[in-house]
Design a protein around this ligand. Structure first.
Ligand code: NAD
Length: 492
């Protein structure tokens, strides 16, 4: 039996009020890697009360921003010092390759440093008042208590996107990692204590979304709810948040087109199409799982893609040669398998995969073979819906206008990419695509300095960049009259 990992509420490590626990497993082999407290609504309510107390009755929100920034920098240093241990924990928890987890940890340390750097840069604004002898100021203040709910695909990275700006702004937080991948968030909570964050500023609760997450979204003492996860859950959060009209920041899913024009460098486009889909076994919100290829190069592109996909090395994320790990859970693999069955029923042509790998050593994990469908159409569910696995669809198109129209005919709007050597087309297509991020001759590039978020049903608000900090602030207009005078309008 492993040692119980507890929740961190109001400056203390606590077991669940119910005494319940949950076992965390490694998706590559189903071995138990930890036992954690399984919270419920009572624990969420206690954590919200602690965050409320720290926001309303301590100096945290009004401290000089440089002091908060110093804590963030210290936390970044602790994360850097533990890069290898944290990456190992993330790979055990998610199954992703160790190298991918190392990249995540580097990004995460950078995120804390970036928002530390931004924390004291806002000097407010002076507004030009139309009234004589008056002064008009615009200041940004922390929004308050923030509920932060993160998903299982990038557990610590997604938590860091939320924690770093909230703390930089002077908010207090209740963070809830996905119930199946809580380990790195728990470890970074420990590191935050070492860094010196005061009790109540960071509270980490564990447990199911339907209870703990829902409480964060509903509770009237929470001022902002930030959520990354599926679109169906996002819609529930919007409803739950309406009770006290809390601020909402949503990063939802995507079905992201990757468009290859005939004038593109085909070799690079094929290579990057693979990177676009198969990192973390396709469990990426911005995966380029919808390939659209211009007719003259379509057949050659599919042939080359298929040949490269057949060589992808699936396995345990800790093995050096592994290029792709398992899916996160049995339920999630069943969902991916369901989509493959839908694709077949819709008449898509299965070029490769469509099954679990047969290797004996992979049978205990939730592995799935890289899968390629060609002959796809815009109206197919396999093209329109987020599969979130190592499954890619290919459609051919005849003109730029057709490509743009079809790429935009989706409820999602997270990210899109296209490949061309025509400078005019670069401008036209980038403007015409209705997505939060558009990549030209690249795919899946993101960095901390640029905002991330979706058009349409892919989300509300932005994370990262300056906008990511502003999400955690309220704007206040302060007006001062320097020569107050009676108006004598009423009852005089
Ligand atoms: P999910 O919606 O099932 O769960 C996400 C989180 O929400 C978990 O912590 C879960 O416990 C919690 N949750 C579940 N039900 C809830 C409820 N009723 N109220 C409050 N919280 C609840 O998503 P997932 O399966 O963990 O993650 C995969 C999804 O996340 C995909 O759709 C993916 O596209 C999306 N995602 C988006 C981005 C982005 O930046 N846009 C990044 C990563 C993942």
């Amino acid at each position: 039996m492993t040692e119980l990992k507890r929740m961190y509420i109001g400056g203390a490590w606590v077991a669940a009020a119910s005494g319940q626990t949950r076992q965390i497993i490694n998706p590559a082999n189903q071995k138990v890697i930890a036992t954690v407290a399984e919270g419920d609504r009572r624990d969420a309510i206690a954590a919200i009360a602690a965050a409320r107390q720290a926001f309303d009755h301590t100096d945290w929100p009004t401290r000089p921003a440089v002091e908060r920034a110093a804590l963030l920098v210290r936390l970044a240093g602790l994360i850097e010092a533990e890069r290898e241990q944290l990456a190992t924990l993330e790979s055990l928890d998610t199954g992703k390759t160790l190298e991918e987890s190392r990249w995540d940890m580097d990004d995460i340390a950078g995120i804390f440093r970036y928002f530390a750097g931004l924390a004291d840069k806002d000097g407010g604004e002076v507004i030009s008042s139309p009234l004589p002898a008056t002064e008009s100021l615009l200041v940004r203040e922390p929004v308050g208590v923030c509920g932060q709910i993160s998903p299982w695909n990038y557990p610590l990275l997604q938590a860091a996107w939320k924690l770093a700006p909230a703390l930089a702004a002077g908010c207090t937080v209740v963070v809830k990692p996905s119930e199946i991948t809580p380990l790195t968030t728990l470890r970074v909570t420990e590191l935050a204590i070492t860094a010196g964050f005061p009790p109540g500023v960071i509270n980490t609760v564990l447990g199911p979304g339907a209870t703990v997450g829902a409480e964060l979204a509903e509770h009237h003492d929470v001022d902002l709810i930030s959520f990354t996860g599926g679109i169906a859950t996002g819609k529930k959060i919007i409803q739950a948040a309406s009770g006290n009209v809390k601020k909402i920041c949503l990063e939802l899913g995507g079905k992201n087109p990757n468009i290859i024009f005939a004038d593109a460098d085909l070799e690079v486009a094929v290579d990057q199409a693979l990177n676009g889909v198969f990192f973390h076994a396709g469990q990426i919100c911005s995966a380029g799982a919808r390939l659209m290829v211009e007719e003259p190069v379509h057949d050659e592109f599919v042939t080359r893609l298929k040949a490269r996909m057949a060589n992808i090395k699936i396995g345990d994320g800790f093995a050096e040669q592994t290029q792709m790990g398992p899916l996160i859970s049995a339920e999630h693999r069943a969902k991916v398998e369901g989509y493959v069955a839908i694709g077949l029923a819709e008449g898509a042509q299965l070029e490769l995969g469509g099954h679990r790998p047969e290797d004996a050593e992979l049978q205990a994990g939730f592995f799935y073979a890289p899968t390629l469908f060609s002959g796809c159409r815009n109206d197919m569910r396999i093209v329109q819906e987020e599969v979130f696995g190592p499954v890619v669809t290919v459609e051919s198109f005849r003109s730029e206008a057709e490509a743009v129209e079809r790429a935009n005919s989706t409820i999602y709007g997270l990210a899109a990419g296209f490949w061309t050597s025509d400078a005019g087309r670069m401008q036209r297509v980038a403007k015409a695509l209705r997505f939060g991020t558009v990549w030209i001759n690249d795919f899946n590039v993101y960095f901390t300095q640029a905002p991330w978020g979706g058009f349409k049903q892919s989300g509300l608000g932005r994370e990262l960049g300056r906008l990511g900090l502003e999400e955690y602030t309220e704007v206040k207009h302060i007006f001062r009259n320097q020569r107050p005078a009676a108006m004598n309008w009423f009852g005089s």
